[in-house]
Write a protein that binds this ligand. Structure first.
Ligand code: K2U
Ligand code: ZN
Length: 170
């Protein structure tokens, strides 16, 4: 089912998430809900803390046009990152309508556990590399605005506080 996406500022978006011991039916259901929520947003990635689930679980599908390629990553960790950096104008479903340039390694190798319990490892490039790093940051309580200067971060936080006040009233 489609879940509510938490909006910054929210303490749950700043807390580090728990490792997942084993892929259970509950974890598979959360992953299915996250994919449904991501496609509905629409977005190309989503991390479990964004729907209030404090577990190390992310979903991604960076394919724009063509057959969707949904990915579910449990306990993802970066095992290698390139020296080269790339800049991407990032957004975040928990910080709606705010975009800013973020520099990150252009390529990263990620190791994770799949829903079938198997160990996986893949090197991501381009938008997939940006997205997987953005999602893994969420698991460590880090948001893309944490890479911005204090003034820009504060301006965006103030806008989100106003948005939440307006949403609470409606
Ligand atoms: O974690 C999220 O909030 C999902 C983001 C992931 C993302 C942010 C920046 C760069 C790549 C991925 C959403 O997909 S934001 C919507 C979006 C869609 C396409 C490109 C960039 C951002
Ligand atoms: Zn995000």
């Amino acid at each position: 089912m489609i879940r509510d996406i938490l909006i910054h500022p929210d303490p749950r978006l700043k807390k580090p998430c728990e490792q997942i011991a084993a892929p259970t039916a509950e974890i598979a259901q959360i992953a299915a809900d996250m994919l449904e929520t991501m496609y509905d947003a629409p977005g190309i990635g989503l991390a479990a803390p964004q729907i209030g689930v404090m577990k190390r679980l992310i979903v991604m599908d960076c394919i724009k046009d063509g057959t969707p390629e949904p990915m579910v990553l449990l306990n993802p960790e970066v095992t290698w990152s390139s020296e080269d950096l790339s800049t991407y104008e990032e957004g975040c479903l928990s910080i709606p309508d705010q975009y800013a340039d973020v520099k990150r390694p252009a390529a990263v190798t990620v190791r994770w556990m799949a829903l079938d319990g198997s160990a996986q490892e893949r090197t991501f490039h381009g938008l997939w590399a940006t997205c997987v790093q953005h999602e893994i940051d969420h698991l460590d309580g880090k948001l893309f605005i944490d890479y911005l200067g204090p003034l820009k971060r504060q301006m965006i936080t103030r806008k989100m506080e106003k948005l939440k006040r307006e949403r609470a009233r409606s």
